[in-house]
Design a binder for this molecule. Structure first.
Ligand code: SF4
Length: 200
């Protein structure tokens, strides 16, 4: 029988749509035949991941729910609970816009890691980058409230930032600052679902 070798952390991009339109986003999934993976298939994948032996790097296996924006899925919290029940470490990458108090509360007992993508705390910059849903952006207070609430529930929190030329006029020295602004594009990333990928 063929042995499957997978890294200790696996990203589950089970949902393609996102409510933001970041100019640097590569999560287009143009080759995907459907915009989301049916729950039965997703759970079968999770089951198979949980049945794999530990790796040399880690005793535990971790699954990261990413997208698109995973909180657009009406079943994502159920899916995370399922992964946790299978003995996996759970992680969620989100732009934060749909992270309501109720959702954070429900994630508390089942989520190990929460990664929020924050590229700017300035509304105009976020609008320029495309980090807005129906023209609404998150403020510094909005991000802080979500982070503090999650941490209070014992969820470990990380932040992703894509350094891009849409941030040039606010807080970042832009290498193209003497030129007219080109379309928003990532220079580098610490992201696992956004911009040009470079590890977790
Ligand atoms: S980078 Fe993330 S938040 Fe932005 S459009 Fe892509 S998936 Fe959505």
């Amino acid at each position: 029988m063929k042995t499957v070798s997978l890294p200790p952390t696996i990203n589950l991009h089970s949902l393609a749509p996102c409510n933001y339109k970041c100019g640097f986003c590569y999560a287009g999934f143009v080759s995907a035949k459907q915009s989301h993976l049916p729950q039965s298939e997703l759970h079968e994948i999770i089951r198979q991941i949980s049945s794999l032996p530990p790796t040399l790097e880690s005793e535990v296996r971790k699954v990261t729910f990413a997208g698109g924006e995973p909180l657009l899925s009406p079943t994502v919290i159920e899916d995370i609970a399922f992964a946790r029940a299978q003995g996996l470490v759970t992680s969620l990458v989100t732009n934060g816009s749909l992270l309501t108090e109720d959702r954070i509360q429900r994630l508390g007992p089942i989520l190990d890691w929460l990664t929020i993508s924050i590229d700017s705390l300035d509304a105009k910059t976020n609008l320029r980058i495309g980090r807005a849903a129906r023209g609404i952006t998150l403020s510094a207070d909005d991000y802080l409230a979500r982070i503090q609430r999650a941490k209070a529930l014992g969820i470990r929190v990380k932040m992703n930032t894509v350094v891009n030329n849409g941030q040039c006029s606010r807080g970042f020295q832009c290498v193209h600052s003497h030129r007219p602004p080109p379309p928003v594009e990532a220079f580098s990333s610490h992201s696992n679902h956004r911009g040009k990928r470079r590890g977790l």
